[in-house]
Write a protein that binds this ligand. Structure first.
Ligand code: SAM
Ligand code: SF4
Ligand code: SF4
Length: 340
């Protein structure tokens, strides 16, 4: 049994609390801001199945991370529901003592089929990415013509399956879906689901990000407040990335994630394991630690824990706070590999 590691902090005094695990680099969407089809086309080389961590390897690493202070785990991708048998992995992670918050982020395409199975295997919290309710806009974003109605059906099935929390993530891009902010809020008001409006980020190197495309959260809040009065909500959770607001009339909550205009590096307690087993300590990292090789070369739990501890102890990442000073030519890992 591994011992806990109270007091594990990085160079900026930030504890290790959250772990995001990308379980595949594949996806059935080609969202223009994440996996543009000019780059992720028919000739793109995805990871081979033997290059991706197995369920057992993921569960083992998660257990070690828990011994180092992690208690929140999120399964992501690529599209996690595109990984065959992902519910088995959910079950394995749900069984790890010390993970008190297990969540999964999905594009919702396969949710109608998978929601009950995921719930039965112990998943409590879901985040569904949905950038527009307008079919033409949604198609232009996912770039595969996926019907928005099927994502909404997936959300309904998840409601019926009894998830504790279902959040909706909307990445807002100027001139593309900024006019959909109020309709999105209106649709989910009163449903119990919190919509989080996310500033478009410069993750990876393939999405052609431009600062002008970012819609600052303040602008989103003003647009919403003009229609529904919003009241700020204090968050008790350290490391929470969303700023929360409630509707004054009691119809629920929304959140904004302002990675560009109000970076939250000071509170960032997240580690990320990419589908190929590389550990990254920042969403904007260009390199990481190859845990897969360590695991497959027979490292013991204690050796793995010591290595991860030393990586975290040397961490000084705060890319979003330093963005304007960052080298624009530096290669960064893609969102679909590292997981959002
Ligand atoms: N495929 C799943 C999905 O779309 O929910 C999980 C992986 S996806 C990479 C995780 C989240 O990252 C999604 O909510 C997606 O909208 C968000 N995302 C991807 N690229 C982004 C970008 N450039 N800026 C902000 N959010 C982004
Ligand atoms: Fe796929 Fe999610 Fe990226 Fe869209 S955001 S391409 S659904 S991984
Ligand atoms: Fe965390 Fe890096 Fe994002 Fe800052 S830029 S909040 S350190 S992931």
């Amino acid at each position: 049994m591994l011992k806990g590691s109270p007091g594990l902090i990085d160079l900026l005094d930030r504890p290790l609390r959250d772990l995001r695990i990308s379980v595949t680099d594949r996806c059935n969407f080609r969202c223009t801001y994440c996996m543009p089809r000019e780059v992720f086309g028919a000739d793109h080389v995805f990871l081979r199945s033997d290059e991706v961590l197995t369920h057992d390897e993921i569960a083992r690493l998660a257990t070690i991370f828990v011994s180092l202070g992690v208690h929140k785990v999120r399964i992501t991708g690529g599209e996690p529901l595109a990984r065959p048998g992902v519910e088995g992995l959910v079950g394995a992670l749900a069984g790890i003592e010390g993970i008190d918050d297990l969540a999964l982020t999905t594009n919702g395409a396969r949710l109608a089929r998978k929601a009950e199975l995921l719930r039965e295997h112990g998943l409590h919290r879901l985040t569904v990415s949905l950038d527009s309710l307008d079919q033409a806009v949604f198609s232009a974003i996912n770039d595969v013509g996926f019907p928005v109605g099927r994502v909404l059906e997936g959300i309904k099935r998840a409601e019926r399956a009894g998830f504790e929390s279902i959040k909706i993530n909307m990445v807002v891009r100027r001139g593309l879906n900024d006019h959909d902010v109020v309709p999105m809020a209106k649709y989910f008001r009163g449903s119990g689901h919190v919509v989080r409006f996310i500033e478009y980020m410069d993750v990876g190197a393939t999405n052609g990000w431009k600062r002008e495309d970012v819609v600052p959260s303040e602008e989103i809040l003003r647009a919403l407040d003009a229609v529904y009065r919003l009241v700020p909500v204090d968050s008790p959770h350290q490391g929470e990335v969303a700023r929360r607001y409630r509707y004054a009339d009691g119809a629920g909550e929304i959140g904004v994630i302002s990675s560009i205009t109000q970076p939250f590096c000071g509170d960032c307690s997240r580690a990320r394991i990419a589908a190929n087993g590389v550990l990254y300590t920042c969403l904007f990292s260009s390199s990481g630690l190859d845990l897969r090789s360590l695991v497959r070369s027979g490292a013991s739990d204690a050796e793995l824990a010591a290595t991860i501890r030393s990586v975290w102890a040397a961490r000084a990442d705060r890319f979003s706070e330093q963005r304007s000073a960052a080298d624009p030519t530096r290669r960064r890992v893609e969102m679909s590999v590292i997981g959002g």
